[in-house]
Design a binder for this molecule. Structure first.
Ligand code: RB5
Length: 146
């Protein structure tokens, strides 16, 4: 699985655990930056990772900002991207099973590294359920893109 990763200055605290966990799950990383705590706007970083999914260069994106909220709002504007902000393991699993989320947003000021590791592992390893009712709903949502 090819995974685009992106961070702003507030999300970069999760960078080590994101890289470790993607590798532990057998993923190949596409690094969209940033790698420092110098203040940057999250928007271009979120777009870079989301664009990688949209274009098919990556299968999934993981984006970390302070809350996981701004990056999720930005990524959700990109065609084909189903972004979710997650801060618990149940939602991590369900976002894959029911929503086929292809972009995970985490808040570096919200979740600690070890919770992030559990969330990331579940999110990377859980397949879409492929149940008809979930497929139907996702198609209905994505059709809104026009
Ligand atoms: C940066 O201070 C912060 O606003 C950003 O990381 C993110 O939380 C935005 O939603």
């Amino acid at each position: 699985m090819r995974v685009a990763i992106a961070f702003d200055h507030a999300g970069v605290i999760l960078r080590p655990v994101v890289i470790e966990t993607v590798a532990a799950c057998g993923g190949e990383i596409m690094d969209c930056g940033t790698d420092s705590t110098e203040r940057v706007d999250y928007v271009p970083y979120a777009f870079a990772a989301a664009d990688a999914v949209s274009s098919g260069q990556a299968d999934r994106a993981i984006i970390c900002c302070g809350t996981g909220l701004g990056s999720c709002i930005a990524a959700s504007k990109v065609r084909g991207v189903r972004a979710v902000t997650v801060s618990d393991t149940y939602s991590a699993r369900m976002s894959r099973l029911h929503n086929d989320a292809n972009c995970l947003c985490l808040g570096g000021r919200v979740v600690g590294s070890e919770l992030a590791r559990d969330i990331l592992t579940l999110w990377l390893e859980t397949p879409f359920s492929d149940e008809e009712r979930h497929r139907r709903r996702i198609i209905e949502v994505m059709a809104r893109e026009g």
